[in-house]
Ligand binder design. Structure first.
Ligand code: HEM
Length: 469
């Protein structure tokens, strides 16, 4: 007679769970990062949750984030797959959904060294200038009246990212942007909560899966047209991102198919836009709420810049605005990093983590950790003055672009868009709250989308500097 005795696992602590759904009922859809932090305050910085069928570990301190993202990074470098990642991203052929391995390593190198290198990002400056000019025209014509700051910023960033990716003459640019947003809306895969709603049988029964497949087919037709158009109009002197991807595919240096190229295009349009435009909106919310900070930032840019155009060299001298952006990203960055999965059983902080556990790093909890940050919930850009804390992913109390092998490869491009937009909007316009609102009346509550967004789109009044003179 053979008997097997299973050694009980020493899993991290967690709240009592219900049959079948485990802890799903404890998740809050609106602000999951706050709700997980509250649970962590009770159960500890490493906590186990059973979310339906998925065993999940939540990390909530800089020390343990370092353990996952640096010390044991290679074991935690995989991403869990979801029904929608398979359908929309061609069986996980993009970067963000690729399993950790040689394809991912080569692609991330390509993105960092070629697609969004500092030099390539500089070469997009004419696109940024063009789009900002368009925004200025709109603001001049709206001077003195409230505008929807979110819609304006979103459109500007969408145009910058899509023109860099698809080129200037792409016929289907607006169509693919609209389709990508419709797709995102239908599955909202970046909201961590939705990872757990996407149980396959629920999707099939509810007809969601059929709807997604149909949507994917429509998007695929547009993407195929985009590839064809690029193949017919190769522009070797000024390659856009699709040109580079097609060249690399044809060279055979990285084993890729058209599906990889299409998946990456979709991902760049998604990943490259929301996080940048939300950072710009949050920075303005915080500056409207703190008029002294707004004034200091405006005085800086107006002291540094000479003439009508803000140059790359000017941006490098905007020390205070860079602090404002850092502080914005500390409080309002992507609050929970994209979920990871470990390949092998391992031990973290003395607890057993069985292979294929989903790991959520609550980067917002790290960025507001009271043992690390003084007055963690206050907006104080000066806290970064003379501090060595950077975006590099080596400071685990500040992870706006993540860290380790799955860190964001779009840091240069994202930061450059954010810095140029904020500097220009502060330089050329003064800003007022509408309807007699006072700074303290501004609603700073948030909801979670890809990153968090203010619960109400920011409405503010631009005053053209032409009128101020
Ligand atoms: C201010 C702007 C941006 C912010 C705050 C941001 C933030 C992030 C974060 C937090 C992650 C997850 C990292 C992790 O889990 O460790 C990520 C991943 C990613 N980001 Fe960004 N990002 C920005 C702009 C961009 C841009 C402009 C692109 C490209 C056009 C981009 C492409 C990606 C990709 C492909 C991934 C997945 C990487 C992987 O799984 O290996 N991001 N980003």
């Amino acid at each position: 007679l053979v008997t097997t005795t299973k050694t009980p696992r020493n899993l991290p602590p967690g709240p009592p769970k219900l049959p079948i759904i485990g802890h799903i009922h404890l998740l809050d859809k609106i602000t999951p990062h706050r709700n997980l932090r509250n649970l962590a305050q009770k159960y500890g910085p490493i906590m186990h949750l059973q979310l339906g069928q998925f065993s999940t570990v939540v990390i909530s301190s800089p020390r343990l984030a370092r353990e996952i993202l640096k010390i044991q990074d290679i074991n935690f470098a995989d991403k869990p797959t979801t029904t929608t990642s398979q359908i929309f991203f061609y069986q996980g052929a993009s970067i963000g959904w690729a399993p950790y391995g040689s394809y991912l390593i080569q692609m991330k190198k390509l993105v960092t060294l070629q697609l969004f290198s500092a030099k390539k990002v500089r070469s997009f400056s004419y696109i940024r200038e063009d789009e900002l000019t368009r925004v200025f025209k709109f603001l001049e014509s709206s001077s003195g009246a409230p505008i929807n700051f979110r819609d304006m910023t979103k459109e500007m960033v969408n145009n910058i990212v899509s023109r860099a990716t698809l080129g200037d003459i792409c016929q289907d640019r607006q169509l693919i942007i609209d389709s990508t947003y419709a797709m995102l809306k239908s599955f909202n895969s970046f909201n961590v909560f939705n990872y757990y709603r996407c149980l396959n049988f629920v999707n099939v029964i509810s007809g969601k899966k059929a709807q997604w497949l149909k949507m994917h087919k429509e998007v695929d037709v547009i993407l195929e047209r985009i590839l064809k158009e690029h193949k017919n109009n190769l522009n070797q002197d000024h390659e856009d991102i699709v040109d580079i991807l097609l060249r690399v595919k044809d060279s055979g240096d990285i084993v890729m198919t058209n599906d990889h190229v299409k998946a990456i295009i979709l991902e760049l349009l998604l990943a490259g836009t929301s996080s940048s435009s939300m950072t710009i909106e949050w920075a303005f919310c915080e500056m409207m709420k703190n008029p002294k900070i707004m004034k200091k930032a405006q005085s800086e840019v107006r002291g540094v810049v000479k003439g009508n155009t803000i140059t790359e060299a000017d941006i490098q001298r905007l020390d205070y605005i860079k602090l404002v952006i850092k502080e914005t990203m500390r409080l309002h960055g992507v609050p929970i990093l994209l979920p990871r999965e470990n390949q092998k059983d391992c031990i973290v902080d003395g607890y057993d983590i069985p292979a294929k556990t989903r790991v959520l790093v609550n980067s917002w909890a790290c960025a507001t950790d009271p043992d690390t940050w003084e007055n963690p919930y206050s907006f104080i850009p000066e806290r970064f003055e003379n501090s060595s804390i950077s975006y590099s992913g080596d400071d685990f109390e500040f992870l706006p672009f993540g860290a380790g092998r799955r860190m964001c490869p779009g840091v240069n491009f994202g930061l450059s868009t954010v810095e140029h937009a904020i500097a220009n909007l502060l330089y050329h316009f003064n800003w007022k709250l509408p309807d007699g609102l006072k700074p303290d009346d501004l609603d700073m509550r948030e909801v979670t989308a890809i990153s968090t967004v203010p619960i109400q789109p920011l409405r503010i009044v631009p005053i053209s500097m032409k009128e101020a003179y």
